[in-house]
Every structure is written in C-alpha cells, then in structure tokens.
Unconditional design. Structure first.
Length: 276
C-alpha cells in the first residue's frame, strides 16, 4: 500500500500525530529529498528505522517499478518536502501507476499552503481553481493569465520571491487595475505575512525584495457570468459578426451582451488572440 502523508509547510507543530507515528514505524519511506526528511524527523524527535528512497521530478519515472514492487506486499510512506505529495510535488506518476497495478493508495491529511492562503485571503472560497506554479517566462505567464481572464473562481498560484514582482506586472496587464489579489509568504512561520489589495497595490509591496515561499491568490472575474461557450467559440462568434459587416467593437459588444460577459475582457481576449 502507498501512504501519502502531508508534512508541515513551515511550523513543525502542525505535524499530525498520524504522520509522527508513521515516520517512526514505517519500514520504507519515499521522500522528495531524504536530507529534508531526516531534518524533519530530528525536529519531531522521531528516530527513523526505514529504508529511504529519493523520489523527485528527475527520478520518479525510474523509481516507480522499484517502489511498486515493495508496495505490493508492504506499506510505503510517501512524503514531499512540504505539504501533500502529488500537489505541485512528486508522487503523481507513482500514484497513477499504483492504481493501475491494483495497489491500494491512502492518505494522511495535513497542512496545505493552497488552502491556508485561500482561507486568509478574504476572497471567495466557495469555488476556487489551483493553477500550480506559474511559468518562469513573462510571455508564458501572460498566456496562462489570459486563459483565465474570464474565470469566475478565485485562482491560486505558487510563485517564487524573485519572480513575484514580474508575475504581478503580467497579472496587471491581463486582469487590470481593479482586480483584487493577495500574496501570502512564510505561511505558518514566525514572519508569516499576507498582503491584500488591488494588483497595483500589491506591486507597491513587491517592489522591495522579499524572501520565503509565496502563494498568489487572485479574485475571479466578478463581471463574467457563467457561460457554456468556450473562449474559442466566443472568438468565432466575434469573427462571424465581423464577416456580417459589424466593426470589431460592435461585434464584441453583441457577443458580450449575448453571453452576459464583460465587453472589455472579451475585447482584450480578441486582441490577444490576434497577437499570438
């Protein structure tokens, strides 16, 4: 059996009793970084008596068969450096392979940077979308943001401290000046901080260098109502309006009104699609 266990995201006191128990009793542990695991065990006062395996993005595919062979008859504890394995961390390939092989997979829940940042953001939490790590390059980041321009759910992203300023600048270009957002850093740690405001207000904060793990939360599009049409279908409708003799702005206005969407957002999507 595979046992996916969440580890603390900063504060060791958040380690669950079940995690501590399994760390001390497991015979086999697959860890994103065995050095980080050993440090965690020392901090929790746990003596490891397990055979350790590294399981990271560079070796997961090769490690799967070895771990599944063990998991077929023994329990294998799987941990990442922080948070839950498979969620923007190694483990997904292993879990899929285990399921296909008929091996049981269970979980030991625990701390989550995604849920923690969402909870303290003050933005709607009833529906949200986790988008993982943002791309490193500005052009790719903007494409991600553009694909989410009409998203009505609150959006959660991971970003590094040395790219957060550039990421917010790209977000400003796509989402505009009035979109609400938050940046949480060092969640559960001594210097935990959450900055809230519009994207321009967050840019005032990000102008100064910062450190620590960051979670960016951006409000969904409050002007966009739920529509069953895809972005491609909306763009096609705009082009059909152009073909019938309407100007671009007239066609965008007609399609936006039909689907109860923001004219400015749809117009920006049309411009972006033509530029790409």
């Amino acid at each position: 059996m595979l046992i996916l266990a969440a580890t603390p995201i900063g504060n060791l006191s958040d380690a669950s009793a079940r995690l501590i128990e399994h760390l001390g009793t497991s015979k086999f542990i697959a860890a994103e970084d065995t050095r980080t695991l050993l440090k965690l065990a020392r901090g929790l006062g746990v003596k490891l008596d397990a055979k350790l395996f590294s399981l990271h993005e560079h070796n997961e595919a090769e490690r799967v068969s070895q771990l599944l062979e063990i998991a077929a008859t023994e329990d294998v504890l799987v941990v990442s450096d922080a948070g839950m394995p498979t969620v923007s961390d190694p483990g997904f390939v292993l879990v899929r392979a285990a399921i296909e092989a008929g091996i049981e997979v269970t979980v030991i829940p625990g701390p989550s940077a995604v849920l923690a940042a969402l909870a303290v953001s003050g933005l709607p939490t009833d529906r949200f979308s986790f988008e993982g790590f943002l791309p490193r390059k500005s052009g790719e980041r903007r494409k991600v943001f553009q694909s989410l321009l009409l998203e009505t759910r609150t959006m959660v992203f991971f970003e590094s401290p040395h790219r957060i300023d550039d990421a917010l600048k790209d977000a400003l270009v796509v989402f505009g000046e009035s979109r609400q957002a938050t940046v949480s850093r060092e969640l559960t740690k001594k210097f935990e901080q959450t900055v809230r405001g519009t994207i321009p207000e967050l840019l005032e904060w990000s102008a100064n260098p910062t450190k620590g793990e960051l979670v960016l939360v951006i409000a969904g599009n409050s002007e966009a109502s739920v529509t069953t049409a895809t972005l491609e279908e909306l763009l096609l409708e705009v082009e059909e309006g152009r073909s019938s003799g309407l100007s671009l702005k007239q066609s965008v206005a007609k399609v936006a009104e039909k689907h109860s969407l923001s004219k400015s957002d749809l117009y920006q999507q049309v411009l972006d699609s033509r530029a790409s």
